[in-house]
Design a protein around this ligand. Structure first.
Ligand SMILES: C[S@@+](CC[C@H](N)C(=O)[O-])C[C@H]1O[C@@H](n2cnc3c(N)ncnc32)[C@H](O)[C@@H]1O
Length: 220
């Protein structure tokens, strides 16, 4: 699916979120500032927008590892590399990361965890490659809980997004999968429980736009 939509993925994100996704990735990455990370893993990096956002807000960064299972998505990332940071590209599976224990200062995952087949296994891998005192920042789609926001959000997610996917990305199935996989995702406390089960010490979350997206912060 991601191979099919790779060439339109960035533009679809801008159209779907009215440009807010760029701001959300920068905001999410800024939660790593206190750690002053030098080595970052961008897991399920896709076209590299989260790695770029991290480089924009984290001056301490020296190298970023961009990992994704879909070569066609990753192929669009090198053009975004800022000059001051080294980017490494690796096609690999989140369930079996090709890195040594404790190698990373921090991890970001943008709209990726929802797609993993075995989230517990992937979280355990993230925990393994993070150094003690490290942090994973996970940005995911969410489901608003406030009654007044739920109805307009339903129209937006169940009608506007698939319609836009059909018209612009010419792939309605991919953009029907988005609301469906969001509905099936263990949100908020349920996700934090899974992270604790995977060995993270603590977790918290920050809802964005009434819960349309959520930033999860997981500490080792
Ligand atoms: C919605 S895109 C997110 C891309 C990017 N992180 C962003 O913020 O826009 C999800 C990405 O997850 C990748 N992905 C899905 N399953 C994966 C897995 N098991 N291991 C690594 N990457 C995976 C897909 O190839 C796709 O590029």
């Amino acid at each position: 699916m991601f191979r099919r939509i790779a060439s339109r993925y960035d533009r679809m994100n801008r159209l779907m979120t009215f440009g807010l996704d760029l701001h959300w990735r920068r905001k999410a990455a800024s939660f790593l500032r206190p750690l002053q990370p030098e080595r970052l893993l961008d897991l399920a990096a896709g076209t590299g927008d989260f790695a770029l956002a991290a480089c924009q807000v984290l001056p301490s960064l020296k190298e970023v590892y961009l990992v994704d299972i879909t070569p066609a998505m990753l192929a669009r990332a090198p053009a975004k590399k800022p000059p001051q940071v080294v980017w490494h590209f690796q096609v690999a599976d989140a369930h079996q990361l090709p890195f040594a224990d404790s190698m990373m200062d921090a991890i970001v995952v943008g709209y990726g965890v929802r797609n993993f087949e075995n989230r517990l296994q992937a979280l355990m891998e993230m925990r393994r490659v993070l150094r003690p005192g490290g942090r994973a920042v996970i940005l995911e789609t969410g489901m608003p809980t406030q009654l007044l926001w739920k109805l307009p959000f339903w129209f937006y997610f169940r009608l506007y997004v698939p319609l836009l996917g059909a018209l612009y990305a010419r792939d309605k199935a991919a953009y029907t999968y988005l609301p469906e996989s969001t509905r099936a995702f263990p949100h908020r406390d349920a996700f934090l429980q899974l992270a604790l089960q995977a060995g993270f010490m603590r977790g918290s979350y920050v809802p964005l736009l009434g819960g349309a997206s959520i930033i999860y912060l997981l500490d080792t």
